[in-house]
Structures are given as C-alpha cells and as structure tokens.
Design a protein around this ligand. Structure first.
Ligand SMILES: [Zn+2]
Length: 91
C-alpha cells in the first residue's frame, strides 16, 4: 500500500485516486463537526482531514496555511482516519 503523493493519506490501491482529491461539496471533513460533537472523532483527526483536503485544494489556501497542513500531513503519513458520511453523522 502506498500513500498519496500530495497529502500522504493511505491509498486503498496503488492506482486509486485519493479520497481527498474532491471539491468542497464532497470534502471528507463535512460530517466531522457532528462526529466530534458525538465524541466519535477527535479534534486532531478532524485537523488531519482538513489538512489533507486543503493540500489537494491548495489554490484557496495561503502559503503559510499550506506549510502547516504539509507538516501535519507528513506527521500522520499513512494513518487511516475514519471518514464519516453526512447521513451517518446525523444519526
Ligand atoms: Zn491525497
């Protein structure tokens, strides 16, 4: 198994597209706030989701923010973090 070259997230298959390479409307962090409120997700896990997604959507980020995101993504390279679905988060 390899990690995404952009955000260091584990790829399900070496040829797979990274789950973070999506527009904001499909961003993997969309259900995080509900999940954190429920206690199903830590704030750090949410920050890693946002960092990975932001590295794939770099045009809307400042260089300073990207530096912080890169550091966080590298520190958690290959780490699996559960992605909650919006419908699941509301349950
Ligand atoms: Zn990625």
């Amino acid at each position: 198994m390899s990690n995404c070259a952009i955000c260091q997230a584990p790829l399900p298959l070496d040829s797979a597209t990274c789950i973070y390479a999506v527009p904001e409307s499909e961003a993997p962090w969309r259900a995080d706030y509900a999940a954190m409120h429920r206690g199903s997700m830590t704030h750090l896990e949410h920050k890693i989701h946002v960092a990975r997604w932001s590295l794939h959507n770099a045009s809307s980020q400042t260089e300073k923010a990207l530096g912080v995101f890169r550091t966080l993504a590298l520190a958690h390279a290959g780490e699996r973090i559960h992605v909650f679905q919006v419908s699941e988060a509301r349950a």
